[in-house]
Design a protein around this ligand. Structure first.
Ligand code: SAM
Length: 246
């Protein structure tokens, strides 16, 4: 169901609370929401979409349901085959085991290059964005979102203890759960900041910023992204939309 404004944000937050108990519902709904966000920038029917780091395929499935030709690129076989559209056969073809730094496709082949919550999991965000720009045609869109480090969810399953430092957060998680957290800061989770990312995006050759907004909030909350320091804590997750220039 498509909702807007605050009702949408409240619904997403409620779904987020069910991530552990009903991951299928959570990811399918999040994917549907992201796809309708992308559709706000132009019709998706017949468009070629590349889903970078698409995990188990929820976003690819949602793009296809919206009429796009979507291809899934994911480097981790375990993620790809974890419970979801790829493993249950909903997404059968157009699935490639590949790293987002080196997408095995020609320059400018995609109308839209999409990546949800991948940037904070790579050591070289500029490298990933550069590759996303390369595969997008001039005039096409690059949609990427990430959970910024000082977001209340910045430490992922270790949150909110990451505010006291990543070492402390990891130690506390281990003591509490008896095993290491899924994420290791500096290994598969990195501190990504909004101000830094915006400055980097402005200086990127081959793309210009179309939009920068808190992904899960109503559009009128866009002003938050313009307030240094506060934006790092309040944004939760930044959505950055770029347009490939000629
Ligand atoms: C938090 S999951 C996000 C999955 C999905 N996009 C979503 O929003 O639910 C992060 C994903 O990034 C992938 N990833 C990590 N490093 C990557 C890289 N270098 N290139 C592409 N994907 C990568 C992981 O394998 C994982 O599937």
């Amino acid at each position: 169901m498509t909702q807007r404004g605050l009702a949408r944000s409240v619904r997403l937050f409620r779904l987020f609370l069910r991530e552990q108990t009903d991951p299928g519902l959570f990811y399918a709904s999040l994917a549907e929401d992201a796809v309708s966000q992308v559709a706000a920038y132009g019709e998706l029917g017949g468009k070629t979409v590349i889903d970078v780091g698409g995990g188990a395929g929820y976003f690819t499935a949602a793009f296809r349901a919206a009429g796009a030709d979507c291809y899934l690129f994911e480097p981790d076989l375990d993620e790809l085959l974890s419970s979801g559209p790829v493993s249950d056969g909903t997404v059968k073809d157009g699935v490639v085991l590949a790293d987002g730094y080196w997408l095995p496709v020609r320059d400018g082949c995609a109308d839209i290059c999409f990546s949800s919550n991948v940037l904070e999991h790579v050591a070289d965000p500029i490298g990933l964005i550069g590759e996303m720009i390369r595969v997008t045609r001039p005039g096409g869109l690059i949609y990427l979102s990430f959970t910024n480090w000082y977001s209340p969810w910045g430490g992922h399953e270790m949150s909110p203890w990451h505010y006291l430092g990543s070492r402390f957060a990891e130690r506390r998680y281990r003591a509490r759960h008896g095993h290491a957290p899924k994420h290791h800061v500096g290994g598969n989770l990195y501190r990504v900041h909004i101000g830094e990312t915006l400055r980097m995006a402005r200086s990127l050759p081959g793309a210009q910023i179309v939009d920068a907004l808190p992904r899960y909030y109503p559009r009128w909350c866009r002003f938050v992204v313009r307030i240094p320091l506060l934006r790092e804590v309040l944004t939760w997750n930044l959505l950055l939309v770029l347009r490939r220039t000629a």
